[in-house]
Design a protein around this ligand. Structure first.
Ligand SMILES: *[C@@H]1O[C@H](CO)[C@@H](O)[C@H](O)[C@H]1NC(C)=O
Ligand SMILES: *[C@@H]1O[C@H](CO)[C@@H](O)[C@H](O)[C@H]1NC(C)=O
Length: 288
């Protein structure tokens, strides 16, 4: 893995060149990473600078019942029995095109967090283990987040993510406002009134900031289904961040090919949307 980044490096310093000659490339770990982190002096590799130049992060939580609607394939989704809550999708530095696979994470790196990660950051895909999901998020986003003290290792990165999950208890915030998962919001004796985006945003804004974004997918019955929340944070993890990116053009919003074919869109403000209940047996059809 370390070796795989080497062809990208140009203008190597003599010290690094020396290290590269060592067998197995293992000794280049620090040197290579330092180059990526701080930029190799005199290097023209724009990408390297890119890794750490970000100012804002998006912390992204997903609602499992909605997430399953975002998958094209009916049979792909799995919601483990113990998952009844909002789960972590990722923590993404904004405006970073891609990180590198130059800092591998191993199972043993996150072993002490495994129970918590399994509860709050499960893979909802049958074909992907939870560790596979974590590793992918680390390689895609965590390596760039690691430019900040406190997140500069896989363990610390995942710890921070779990802390953030604890800080944003969306289920409870909504429940306290009587917004609970439902196939049809059950107002009795009057016409059904569905969850409106303004209503949800009103409830969440004091806790997630004004700039948080609700994301929906359109299901096969043309219903708007809520599946994700993006919470902007600044580098020091305070709420909100000044950035100028349109939500859709933001590369961090994309997901790897195949695992989330529809990456969703902002929930429309005029159209009611659904906050589906979780159905562990039929995760893809909670409301059919
Ligand atoms: C979701 O998790 C939070 C803690 O982060 C907890 O307070 C809440 O009760 C959980 N909700 C459900 C439905 O388990
Ligand atoms: C965190 O960063 C923001 C934006 O850079 C800054 O305005 C704020 O004062 C910082 N807060 C703390 C507690 O350092």
């Amino acid at each position: 893995m370390w070796c795989s980044v080497l062809p990208l490096l140009v203008n190597l310093s003599p010290a690094v060149l020396f290290l590269l000659q060592l067998p197995g490339c293992t000794a280049t770990r620090e040197g290579t990473w330092e180059d990526y982190k701080y930029g190799n002096q005199g290097s023209e590799l724009q990408d390297k600078k890119h890794f750490c130049s970000w100012k804002c992060l998006l912390f992204t939580l997903q609602w499992p019942a909605g997430f399953c609607q975002s998958l094209n394939k009916e049979t792909l989704c799995r919601i483990p029995q113990n998952i009844n809550n909002w789960t972590i999708h990722g923590l993404w530095p904004l405006r970073v095109k891609s990180c590198c696979d130059c800092w591998p994470v191993f199972h043993s790196d996150v072993q002490e967090l495994e129970a918590e990660l399994t509860e709050h950051w499960p893979s909802l895909l049958k074909v992907k283990s939870s560790f596979h999901f974590w590793r992918e998020e680390w390689e895609k986003h965590g390596v760039c987040a690691a430019c900040v003290e406190g997140m500069n290792s896989p363990l610390r990165f995942f710890q921070i993510c779990l802390k953030l999950r604890g800080r944003f208890d969306i289920y409870k915030l909504l429940e306290d406002a009587a917004i609970t998962p439902s196939c049809e919001r059950p107002y009795k004796n009057i016409l059904p009134v569905f969850v409106q985006v303004a209503e949800v945003q009103q409830v969440l804004a004091p806790h997630l900031g004004d700039k948080h974004e609700l994301q929906c997918v359109t299901d096969d019955k043309d219903r708007e289904v809520w599946f994700q929340v993006k919470i902007p944070l600044s580098r020091n993890l305070t709420l909100g961040c000044q950035h100028h990116s349109d939500a859709n053009g933001d590369p961090a919003s994309g997901s790897g090919p195949g695992w989330n074919p529809s990456s969703g869109h902002p929930c429309p403000s005029q159209v009611p949307f659904y906050y589906f209940p979780i159905d562990h047996e039929e995760p893809r059809r909670p409301c059919s």
